[in-house]
Design a protein around this ligand. Structure first.
Ligand SMILES: NC(=O)c1ccc[n+]([C@@H]2O[C@H](COP(=O)([O-])OP(=O)(O)OC[C@H]3O[C@@H](n4cnc5c(N)ncnc54)[C@H](OP(=O)(O)O)[C@@H]3O)[C@@H](O)[C@H]2O)c1
Length: 177
């Protein structure tokens, strides 16, 4: 709510693009996942984008585009990520419901689902072992960089994707085909 209030103050009446990119991940077995970790994951990855969209709704107008961040983990069992993966499954579900609800206003809502990307979140991909594991998942044999994802987000935000809504675009180098 605080962030939305600040955005309203800066942007004014109209918001063309909202990308809800912030997220957290925590790898843990089912046994080792704590209630606090579970709640934190859902607070940042699901609750925050839900209420950001809610609070910014008055500024989303004809042609506005919302892009949320999903993950390969939502559709494939990779690593020990059950709780994190469930948050991204929730994001995919939100995308369909938001897109359906906001279509009348000509607001599009989509998600991008990256595979492993070389960021702080997936720092394991910088080790030899992590790199080998990552490449074993993918059809394309290199580790993705943030720009590989940014291009897809920019596309969904643009008018070139004007007839795409309610979809999750896999941007994962052909992971787990
Ligand atoms: N990297 C991957 O392999 C991968 C794969 C699939 C999906 N994704 C998704 O892609 C998105 C971006 O991830 P990333 O790889 O860039 O992760 P990252 O390197 O860990 O960066 C996460 C970003 O989220 C912000 N953030 C985290 N908690 C926040 C909070 N409570 N309030 C505000 N900002 C917060 C962080 O801000 P601070 O730096 O200020 O903490 C940081 O800018 C996430 O939604 C993630 O789930 C990533």
């Amino acid at each position: 709510h605080t962030l939305a209030k600040r955005v309203r103050a800066v942007v004014g009446g109209r918001l063309d693009v909202l990308v809800a990119n912030a997220g957290i991940a925590k790898a843990a077995s089912i046994e080792d996942t704590t209630v606090d970790d579970f709640d934190d994951l859902f607070a940042v990855n699901v609750r925050a984008p839900f209420f950001l969209v809610q609070q910014l709704l008055p500024m989303l107008c004809k042609g506005s585009s919302v892009v949320l961040l999903s993950s390969l983990a939502a559709r494939a069992a990779v690593g020990e990520l059950a709780a994190y993966a469930a948050t991204k499954g929730a994001v995919d579900t939100l995308v369909r419901h938001f897109a359906s609800a906001l279509g009348e206003r000509s607001v599009r809502v989509n998600a991008v689902a990256p595979g492993v990307v070389a960021t702080d979140m997936s720092s394991f991909a910088t080790t030899d072992e992590g790199r080998d594991y990552t490449l074993s998942l993918q059809a394309l044999k290199r580790v993705a960089q943030p720009d590989d994802i940014a291009g897809a987000v920019t596309f969904l935000a643009s008018d070139n994707a004007g007839w795409i809504t309610g979809d999750t675009l896999l941007v994962d180098g052909g992971s787990k085909l």
